[in-house]
Ligand binder design. Structure first.
Ligand code: DSN
Length: 429
C-alpha cells in the first residue's frame, strides 16, 4: 500500500504506520465533502510536527513561566503579527486549542457568569458553544436564541435566512450583554453590519464567530467582520486551511482580558508547534493565490448546489453563498434520513456529515439534512465541472442504496475521479 510521505520517520511502529497509510489512502481516494475540513499544506503539517512540540511556554511572548522561550516568543509574535495584518485587527491571540475554547474564552473575558448572550440556535445553524443545552456554555451563561425565517417555496424569497427582525426583537426584550453572529450550518453570507446596528441599539458587545468562513474572509470573498465586531473568533483548519486550532481577534481595549481568559483562564501550555503552523497558514492566506482559491470555493459550491437541486434535493435557504450546501433530504426521498445518507455515501467513498435542518422533526442523531462543503476538494483542484459530477455520484448512490453493486460502482467512479485530483499535488514547494 502507498503510504503518506509524511510518515517517513515512523519506521518502527508497524501498527501506526499501517493506520496512517490507510488514512492517507482514504483521504486521497475518496471525496472529502465535510464543510469544516480541508487539506492543509505540507508546510503546515511540517510545522505541526516540528521541534516546537517539545517546548513548554505557559504565558505570552515576553512573559513566560518557563525558561528557554526566546525563539518560541518570536514564533508566537510572528503568528500574531501575520494574523493581525491578514484581518486588519488590533490584537490577536493564537493560543486557543480549538474554536470551542476560543468562544468560551471570549464569554469568560467579557461577561460575568449568568449574563445573557443572544446567539443562533443549534438546529437553526448555530454552534454547540452558542448555548446548546448539551454544551457547558448554557450552564454558565443565560442564552437567548434567534433563528432563521420560515421556509418559503417561492424561489425568489426562499426563507431560512437569518431573521434580523427576530434578532432585534429578542435583543430589545432581553438586553443581552453579548450578541453572537456566525454559524456552523448556514449556507448564506452573514453580513456583520446589521448585527452591529442591533448591538449598538441595545448596548451589547458583538462577537463574530467566523469559524467556517475565516478563509473566505481572508481571501476577500466574504465581508470582514473585524471593523464591526468587538471580538472575532475562528478555527484555523476549515476554509482557512491551516492546522487544527482556534484564534481570537479583539479590539485593543479587550486584549488583556481575552489573553487572561485563554491563559490561565481556559488553557495551560500553548501548542507552539501548532502556533508555528498557524503562522505558516496565515502567510499562505495572504498570498494572491489564496483569493483565487476563496473565490473558487464559492463558485464550486454554487455549481454543486445547482446540480444537487437538479437531482431533487431541496436546498435549505434556497442556495449557497459560501462554501457549504445544506440539503433537506425529504424532497429527494421522504424515507431517507441524514444518518442513512451519510452511511450510504461513506460506502460509496463520499465523506459527508448528517446535519439538522431548521425545525427538523428528526433528532440530531438521525436528522433530515446533510451538509456538504467544497473547501477540501477545491484545494485538490476540482472545479464546477467536477462538482457537478460529484452531485451525480451522490444522487446515484442514494437512489440505488438498496443495491450494493450500484454503491460499489459509484465508489469505483469516485476513486477514478480522485486519482486525477491529489490534494497534495497542488502545493508548490
Ligand atoms: N460544528 C463543527 C463543524 O462545523 O463541523 C465544528 O465545531
Amino acid at each position: 500500500m502507498e503510504s503518506s510521505p509524511f510518515d517517513a520517520w515512523i519506521t518502527n511502529d508497524d501498527e501506526l504506520v499501517s493506520l496512517l497509510g490507510q488514512e492517507w489512502q482514504r483521504q486521497t481516494s475518496t471525496l472529502q465533502l465535510i464543510a469544516s475540513e480541508n487539506f492543509a499544506s505540507p508546510a503546515v503539517m511540517a510545522a505541526t510536527g516540528s521541534v516546537l512540540t517539545n517546548k513548554y511556554a505557559e504565558g505570552y511572548p515576553g512573559r513566560r513561566y518557563y525558561g528557554g522561550n526566546q525563539i518560541v516568543d518570536e514564533v508566537e509574535d510572528l503568528a500574531r503579527r501575520r494574523l493581525t495584518a491578514l484581518f486588519g485587527a488590533d490584537h490577536a491571540n493564537v493560543q486557543p486549542h480549538s474554536g470551542a475554547n476560543a468562544n468560551v474564552a471570549v464569554y469568560q473575558a467579557l461577561l460575568e457568569t449568568g449574563d445573557t448572550i443572544l446567539a443562533m440556535r443549534l438546529d437553526q445553524g448555530g454552534h454547540l458553544t452558542h448555548g446548546s443545552p448539551a454544551s457547558m456554555t448554557s450552564k454558565a451563561w443565560h442564552f437567548v436564541s434567534y433563528g432563521v425565517t420560515p421556509r418559503n417555496d417561492d424561489p425568489e424569497n426562499p426563507g431560512e435566512h437569518i431573521d434580523f427582525d427576530n434578532v432585534r426583537d429578542l435583543a430589545l426584550e432581553h438586553r443581552p450583554k453579548l450578541i453572537v453572529a456566525g454559524a456552523t450550518a448556514y449556507a448564506r453570507r452573514i453580513d456583520p453590519a446589521p448585527f452591529r446596528e442591533i448591538a449598538d441599539e441595545v448596548g451589547a458587545l458583538l462577537m463574530f464567530d467566523s469559524a467556517h468562513v475565516a478563509g473566505l474572509i481572508a481571501g476577500g470573498a466574504h465581508p470582514n467582520p473585524v471593523p464591526y465586531a468587538d471580538v472575532v473568533t475562528f478555527t484555523t483548519h476549515k476554509t482557512l486551511r491551516g492546522p487544527r486550532g482556534g484564534a481570537i481577534l479583539a479590539r485593543a481595549e479587550y486584549a488583556k482580558k481575552i489573553d487572561s481568559a485563554v491563559f490561565p483562564g481556559q488553557q495551560g501550555g500553548p501548542l507552539e508547534n501548532t502556533i508555528a503552523a498557524k503562522a505558516v497558514s496565515f502567510r499562505e492566506a495572504a498570498l494572491p493565490s489564496f483569493s483565487t482559491y476563496a473565490e473558487q470555493i464559492v463558485a464550486n459550491a454554487r455549481a454543486f448546489a445547482t446540480a444537487l437541486a437538479d437531482h431533487g434535493f431541496r436546498l435549505v435557504s434556497g442556495g449557497t453563498e459560501n462554501h457549504m450546501v445544506l440539503l433537506d433530504l425529504r424532497d429527494f426521498d421522504a424515507e431517507l434520513t441524514g444518518k442513512e445518507a451519510q452511511e450510504v455515501l461513506d460506502r460509496a467513498g463520499i465523506t459527508t456529515n448528517r446535519n439538522t435542518i431548521p425545525d427538523d422533526p428528526r433528532s440530531p442523531f438521525i436528522t433530515s439534512g446533510l451538509r456538504v462543503g467544497t473547501a477540501a476538494q477545491t484545494t485538490a483542484g476540482m472545479r464546477e465541472r467536477e462538482f457537478t459530477q460529484v452531485a451525480d455520484l451522490m444522487a446515484r448512490a442514494l437512489r440505488g442504496r438498496a443495491d450494493e453493486a450500484t454503491v460499489s460502482a459509484v465508489r469505483a467512479d469516485v476513486a477514478e475521479l480522485c486519482a486525477s485530483f491529489n490534494p497534495y499535488a497542488t502545493f508548490v514547494r
